[in-house]
Design a protein around this ligand. Structure first.
Ligand SMILES: Nc1ncnc2c1ncn2[C@@H]1O[C@H](COP(=O)(O)OP(=O)(O)OP(=O)(O)O)[C@@H](O)[C@H]1O
Ligand SMILES: [Mg+2]
Length: 590
């Protein structure tokens, strides 16, 4: 006895803690989207129920028709025949209308899930997000969202419709000849048994298949965006082979699953045949013994088809629930990651408007930062900067310069310490994602987006006039080459700044940052691809600009250091203020 209770406890525990509860959470999540379309879903259900009723009526009418022909029932042949055709035509329209309604709803749900996920990905904590390959994110955003939107609509309505189909057909069978009910039920245990085997394998298979698609899409995406490197290292064959390997792994897995589905379908179809032939035999016997009419027999045959198909549809809802919830789980993984806090947005906006004209200071005090991977970069780092200053951050590669800029932009959250923006009259606002509007950032590497130069510029300042754009380009020494382009500022930039040299793209990126007129400008090795003369000219232009800007540059170049008001060296997880002699020494050492 205790053994039995133990078993029960075991299963209850499994249900509570395990996959079922997970599936329940995922189902609830799916329905947060679906419920917005409850009206459409009710409509869809009613259409489906209507279709079922029409098909039942049509079985009845065809029974009448057969009975009229075989003389069992007096009636008007032509009228019944016309009615039958009418019903058939009506059901064609009902079916098409249902499929139109269902595609409308699934497209709407698809759009909604995708735009929701898109905006949530954009506000997800940056470091957590970098744990995912962009190919993986893309697959989740596209295929998983589609699989949910395709399945979501049909799920609840199908459940109701199929249950209704089963019971109404069953009731009709019982009404006309209860002995047929036995045949209607024969198939059920088989269907359930099959779906159980299918279920266990499917759980695994779905997750593996999603993971593999993600891997493949990541591989393709990375290959296509690095074609130059692949060609340069003569890796074309290697990459082609790798794709073939991925494809063959995927194929193997899909075929394994397909074989299993085929066996399941074969068995289910055999059972279906068995059921229909035995009811056929039983029907013939009943007609022969005079218990029922020919018409009733044909009706039973069509009803037995309805019964088997509704049971099969119900059974197949289990695997489809699994694939839906697997997709939901993969999207929830992303949505469950920590999100950035923008609660200070209005305060920050007001602060910026109040102090935009006199500029702001930056105060970093005793901040720490360790990456999730465990790399400790800062421990008690401090520095400050004020309007009209150029502050230099120097340090060997990998010491933490870019990390510091990410901390200032709150792309990374500092662990302890204080980091804030201060106004000239001493007001203060802590750094957060909301304070990004104070900064213009020129990151390391080429970060121009595809579109025209003007579009890239207007991304950061939508109302910029052509003159303002040209002015910014001139300050960044970019106008000298833009001017020579046939379309001027309307020249197209290709993907990732393509069509321009590194140094040109850097100057465009600097111009974009200058156009934004933010009180703090962050330049991360932003002039590294420029020749010394151009670099000095750009920095001098920035200084000469009357806007009270605080400029923070990370650099290796001595030429830049001589222009800085203060230079901090990143050393031993601190920011150390260098004396003039140390800076001179640094310049000499280059
Ligand atoms: N996304 C990341 N996840 C984990 N560790 C990182 C990440 N980015 C940088 N690091 C680590 O943090 C340290 C500082 O990197 P950072 O990019 O700030 O250096 P840097 O001073 O800008 O170097 P460089 O001059 O080469 O640009 C390095 O040890 C690096 O390995
Ligand atoms: Mg760097």
């Amino acid at each position: 006895m205790s053994h039995i209770t133990e078993r029960i406890d075991f299963y209850v525990g499994r249900i509570k803690s395990g996959r079922i509860q997970e599936m329940w959470r995922q189902t609830k999540w799916i329905y947060t989207y679906a419920r917005r379309y409850w009206l459409a879903m009710i409509f869809y259900t009613i259409l489906g129920l209507g279709g079922t009723v029409v098909s039942l009526i049509s079985s009845l009418v065809s029974k009448d028709l057969v009975d009229i022909i075989t003389g069992h029932q007096a009636g008007e042949l032509a009228k019944t025949f016309a009615m039958m055709i009418g019903i058939a035509v009506f059901s064609i329209f009902i079916n098409q209308f249902t499929s139109y309604a269902s595609s409308w709803i699934s497209l709407k749900v698809n759009n909604e899930i995708r735009s929701d996920i898109f905006s949530k990905i954009l506000i997800t904590d940056w470091e957590s997000l970098t744990n995912y390959h962009t190919g993986d994110l893309l697959t989740r955003w596209s295929s998983d969202a589609s699989s949910i939107s395709d399945g979501v609509l049909s799920y609840l309505p199908s459940l109701i419709i199929n249950i209704f189909r089963f019971f109404s057909a069953f009731a009709m069978v019982i009404y006309y000849d209860a002995s047929f009910a036995v045949f209607a039920l024969i198939g059920i245990p088989f269907s359930l048994l099959m779906s159980k085997t299918l279920l266990t394998r499917m759980q695994n298979n779905n997750q593996r298949s999603a993971a593999m698609s993600a891997k493949m899409s990541g591989f393709n995406q990375e290959t296509f965006s690095n074609i130059q490197t692949i060609k340069a290292f003569d890796l074309v064959r290697l990459y082609t082979e790798r794709l073939k390997q991925l494809q063959s792994d995927y194929l193997k897995m899909r075929m394994e699953f397909s074989r299993m589905s085929i066996w399941t379908s074969i068995i289910l179809s055999m059972v279906g045949l068995l059921v229909s032939y035995s009811s056929y035999g039983w029907g013939i016997y009943r007609v022969w013994s005079g218990a029922i009419s020919y018409g009733t027999m044909t009706m039973f045959l069509s009803l037995s088809g309805t019964l088997t198909s509704s049971v099969n549809s119900l059974a197949s809802m289990i695997p489809s629930a699994i694939s839906l919830t697997t997709s939901a789980g993969r999207l929830m993984d992303i949505l469950d990651m920590p999100q950035e806090d923008y609660s200070n947005l209005d305060t920050a906006k007001e602060f910026l408007e109040n102090h935009r004209n006199e500029g702001v200071s930056l105060s970093i005090h005793q901040i720490n930062y360790t990456y999730q991977t465990g790399t400790e970069v800062f421990k008690g780092a401090s520095f400050e900067g004020h309007p009209h200053e150029i502050i230099g951050l120097v340090g060997p590669s990998g010491e933490g310069k870019t990390t510091m800029l990410r901390l200032l932009l709150s792309l990374l959250p500092s662990h302890g310490g204080e980091a804030s923006i201060q106004s000239v009259n001493g007001e203060e606002i802590p750094l957060s994602p909301s304070t990004r509007q104070f900064f213009s950032y020129v990151p390391q590497g080429n970060t121009m987006l595809s579109g025209t130069i003007a579009e890239n510029m207007r991304n950061v300042k939508p109302d910029a006039t052509d003159e303002e754009i040209i002015e910014a380009l001139k300050l960044a020494c970019a106008y000298e080459f833009v001017e020579k382009c046939k379309d001027g500022i309307y020249t197209e930039i290709k993907e990732r700044g393509g069509g321009f040299s590194e140094g040109q793209a850097q100057r465009l990126a600097i111009a974009r940052a200058l156009l934004r007129k933010s009180p703090i400008l962050l330049l991360d090795e932003a002039s590294s691809a420029l020749d010394v003369a151009t670099e000095r000219k750009v920095l001098k232009n920035i200084m000469r600009d009357t806007y009270p800007r605080l400029c923070l540059v990370t650099t290796h170049r001595p030429t830049v250091l001589t222009l800085c008001n203060r230079v901090y060296a990143i050393r031993a997880e601190h920011c150390e203020l260098l004396s003039n002699t140390e800076v001179d020494q640094l310049i000499k050492d280059f």
